[in-house]
Structures are given as C-alpha cells and as structure tokens.
Design a protein around this ligand. Structure first.
Ligand SMILES: Cc1cc2nc3c(=O)[nH]c(=O)nc-3n(C[C@H](O)[C@H](O)[C@H](O)COP(=O)(O)OP(=O)(O)OC[C@H]3O[C@@H](n4cnc5c(N)ncnc54)[C@H](O)[C@@H]3O)c2cc1C
Length: 462
C-alpha cells in the first residue's frame, strides 16, 4: 500500500480494495529528498506522517517509512515482504503520473499486480469532457456538467487492519529531516493542528457550526475566519474531497452552493493540469510566450518579504510567511500586484507560493497564477488590474487584516490605512509611522505601474 498525498485511512479506495481481496496491506511512504516539496509543505508532511502512523496503529497496522528513489526502495520492499501487489491512489500531476505508470509496467512484468485507484478528485481527470470530446477550458460549463454527475459517498475506514508476521524495517519520521533546522516555523505550528483531527474539527466547525451559511459573503473578507481553511488537509489527502463534499451537501447552509463550486475550482485545476501537462511552465494562452516581463529581483524580493509599501499586499505576504496560508482574495491581489504592477513573470510568484504555502499544490497554484496573470484557462483578463488600495478599502474596510499582519501601521485610522502615503504628516506622526523608515514608501505608484502594464500588454497583442 504505497502512500503519497493521500495520508488517511478513511475513504481510501486502495486500502479497502486490498482488504476486500484478502491482502495484508503493508502501508509504505517513500521520502525522496530534493523532490521539490517546499519548506512549508515539508513541515506539514512531518506532522501528517506521524499522524497517519498513529491512525494505522490504532487499527493494528503501522506506517513503514523509507528514504530514496521509489523504484529501488519499493523493489527492495517487494522482495523483503513477498508482496504480490502494489496499490496506491492515482496521481495526476504529469511527472509523478508518468513515473507511476512506468513503475506499474515494470512490476507487472515481474509478476506483481499494480493498481491505482481514484481518490484525489471527485471525478477521474480525463473523463469529464465537452460535447466535442475535449477538455473544458471554461469553468462554468465544466462545473455545470460535473453537477449532473453522481459523486460517490465516502468509504468508511476499515474496522481493523491485519498485520504481517514481521514488519519491515522503518525509518523514523523524525529522521527524514522535514522539520526546519532553523526554527522559522513557530507561526505555522501555532496556526494549525496539522492532523486528521484538525481537519475534522475545521470541517465540523465550518459545515455544522454555521460558517457555511455566511460563506458567500464572508469568504471575501480576509480579516474574518469565513472560509473552511481545509486546503492543506485536502492537498495532503488527510481529508478526502468526497468527505468535504458530502459534509457540505449535508449542511443546509445557504453558502453551500458557493462552497461546492470552490471544490469545483479545485477539481477544474486538476483536470486542466491533466489535459495540459505543460501548464506549470507554459501559459495556456500562447501569446503570453511573447510577453516582456521586467527582470527586477529587488522588487520581487520586496514583494516576497511584504515590504512593497502597499498595505494589503504586505499583509498578505506576511500572513503567508507567518502562517503558511493566505486568504484567497489576497492571493489574487498580491498576484496581480507582482505580475502587473511589478511586471514580474507569474512563474516567480508561483515558485514562492510553492515554497511557502502549506497548501502548495501544483494544479491549484498553477491555475491560480495563470488566472491572475490573465494567461490561463478562463482567466481574469490581463487588463483587469486589481487596485490594492481599492481592494483593501472594499474587503478590509476597517483595516483589521492589515493591522494584524503589518503592526507598523496598527495605529493608523481606517481612512488612511490602505493609503498611508496620502495621509497628512500629523496623522502619520500620531500613529508612529515614518514612511521610508519604519514602513516602506510604495515601491511603485499603483496608477503609473498599471499604465505600464497595460502598455506591455498592448505591445504583446501587437
Ligand atoms: C495565485 C493563487 C495561487 C493559489 N495557490 C493555491 C495552492 O497552491 N493550493 C491551494 O489549495 N489553493 C490555491 N489557491 C486557491 C485558493 O486561494 C485556496 O484554495 C483557498 O484560499 C484555500 O482556503 P480555504 O481552504 O479556506 O478555501 P475555501 O474557500 O474554504 O474553499 C474550499 C476548498 O476549495 C478549494 N478552492 C477554493 N478556492 C479555490 C480556487 N480559487 N482555486 C482552486 N481551488 C480552490 C480549496 O481546495 C479549498 O480548500 C490559489 C489561488 C490563487 C489566486
């Protein structure tokens, strides 16, 4: 039983299939150092693996952890255990999927049954097709089509798991070195319970505690805890998407349709990546191959550090750094600022998100960045440049979100908090704000940089 990002025992098709067919599963996780997993994700993985081991042990089994290239590690384990089959949850990201397929062919040639089961998506990518038999490129018809299809009910966890006569040797999770050596992760560990229990408590609070009924309005307000915050649990498979879907369907909450549609965006991103495997590297709209991005590492660094002088952008980038997560509305604003106001290639932003988000996910992150940059499927048009001041005033009207993550501005009145450079000297002085000293002056003018972005876009179209 080969685990990847499906770190659970509930609603786990490969585990249930193994039991039904009379096998004794040996659950295995293979850690391949330098596989590109970002630092925040590695921190999360550390907890998720320990927690999966505890869940398996409660059922009479355990997690065997090995380090190395899966091909060699699993060949070793197959011969040590005499395994007759390898089961896993199907992966859809282009590189892992290709590697899994090659391994499966090799095992089959060696007489070992190899089978992958769907579990990461509501519907297997490649099966949701438009009338012409091709993939959908626009969300609304995609999701309308999906809503006509039946979604399977989540499977229960096994009541118990059989154990082999001897367990294979296992590395300890601690020895994988997933925790940072320099302790930058205090904010992360304070913000999250990274276990299955943490996922269930968020799901229950959200779907049964009433938050879902206010979701449609509250989901855009970054100062409010108005979204489910299930994204990292869904990414690591500690909670299956079918479990989240079923809980939302059960809740009669008003925001249910909207929440289900967000699970739909997750689904859409996965199906897109499956159909367009070049997406993480190349824009879906090929005219963007010609876009002349500015190469300004200092501005990109100011963005990463939350030192752009744009309060909402800085608050978002600092929320990301401190907690490993950023509110969706603010992801759009910081993305637009990087790609349009700073004219920086969206792949620079996508790479930083992959390293720092606890929910860093190749499919959703790529789709999110291509959407923001205007070069993706069903994207925000490039000429729609989010104004960080107006976005702040609309979605964080009292400035509570900025105050929480940019304490230098905490004493500024709401009227000025999203535009401190326009505040009278006396107001700044009373609030202890010294622009260019204890808080940066804006690194670009929103209006001028917007005009420059639109010019660059017009040049590309020509
Ligand atoms: C530039 C950019 C990058 C992003 N990168 C990621 C990423 O790496 N990983 C990730 O999980 N999400 C990503 N998103 C999507 C979205 O911001 C997060 O899924 C969401 O903020 C997670 O918070 P939540 O669980 O409270 O969401 P909720 O609002 O509670 O939504 C429920 C679930 O639906 C899915 N979802 C919600 N919004 C979106 C969306 N716009 N696109 C795709 N799926 C969505 C998530 O799985 C989420 O957990 C990105 C968005 C943008 C604009």
């Amino acid at each position: 039983m080969w685990y990847h990002r499906d770190l659970r025992v509930h609603d786990h098709a490969p585990l249930m299939a193994a039991l039904e067919r009379g096998f004794t599963p040996v659950p295995v996780f293979v850690w391949t150092p330098d596989d590109g997993t970002g630092a925040a994700s590695r921190r999360w993985l550390h907890e998720a693996l320990g927690d999966l081991d505890a869940q398996l042990r409660a059922l009479g089994s355990r997690l065997t952890v090995r380090v190395g290239e899966p091909r060699e590690v699993l060949a070793g384990l197959i011969s040590e255990t005499g395994a007759k089959a390898v089961y896993w949850q199907e992966r859809h990201e282009p590189l892992p999927a290709a590697r899994d397929a090659a391994l499966a062919a090799e095992w089959k040639r060696g007489g070992v049954a190899a089978e992958a089961f769907e579990g990461d998506c509501l519907f297997r990518p490649g099966t949701v097709l438009n009338k012409a038999g091709g993939p959908f490129r626009v969300f609304t018809p995609f999701w309308r089509h999906c809503c006509e299809l039946p979604v399977g009910a989540p499977l229960p966890a096994p009541a118990s798991l059989p154990a082999p006569s001897a367990w294979p040797r296992s590395e300890s999770v601690e020895s994988l070195g997933l925790k940072p050596r320099i302790g930058w992760d205090a904010g992360l560990t304070a913000a999250w319970d990274m276990t299955r229990a943490g996922a269930l408590s968020r799901l229950k609070g959200f779907a049964e505690g009433g938050a879902i009924s206010k979701y449609a309005g509250a989901r855009d307000l970054p100062a409010v805890d108005g979204t489910s915050r299930l994204s990292p649990y869904l990414h690591f498979g500690q909670l299956s998407v079918r479990e989240a879907y079923a809980a939302a369907r059960r809740s009669g909450g008003e925001g249910r349709t909207r929440f289900l549609a967000e699970l739909g965006w997750r689904e859409f991103a996965r199906h897109l990546l499956f159909s367009f495997p070049e997406m993480p590297r190349r824009p879906l709209d090929p005219s963007f191959e010609r876009f002349s991005w500015a190469d300004n590492p200092e501005l990109a660094e100011a963005w990463r550090r939350g030192r752009t002088g744009m309060p909402l952008v800085d608050a978002g980038m600092r929320q990301l750094w401190e907690t490993g997560w950023m509110h969706n509305r603010v992801r759009m604003v910081v993305g637009s600022f990087l790609v349009k106001n700073l004219l920086t290639d969206w792949r620079v932003g996508a790479a930083w998100f992959m390293d720092t988000l606890v929910d860093a996910d190749m499919a959703q992150n790529t789709a999110g960045w291509q959407w923001v940059a205007g070069c993706g499927a069903d994207a925000a048009p490039y000429f729609r440049v989010f104004n960080p001041v107006l976005q702040g005033e609309k979605f964080d009207p009292e400035g509570d979100y900025v105050r929480r993550f940019v304490p230098e501005l905490a004493r500024l009145p709401a009227r000025w908090i999203h535009r401190p450079w326009e505040a009278p000297e006396a107001v700044l002085g009373a609030a202890g704000v010294r622009l260019g000293e204890n808080y940066p002056a804006p690194v670009v003018s929103p209006a001028l940089s917007r005009a420059r972005a639109l010019e660059a876009y017009a040049r590309m179209r020509r």
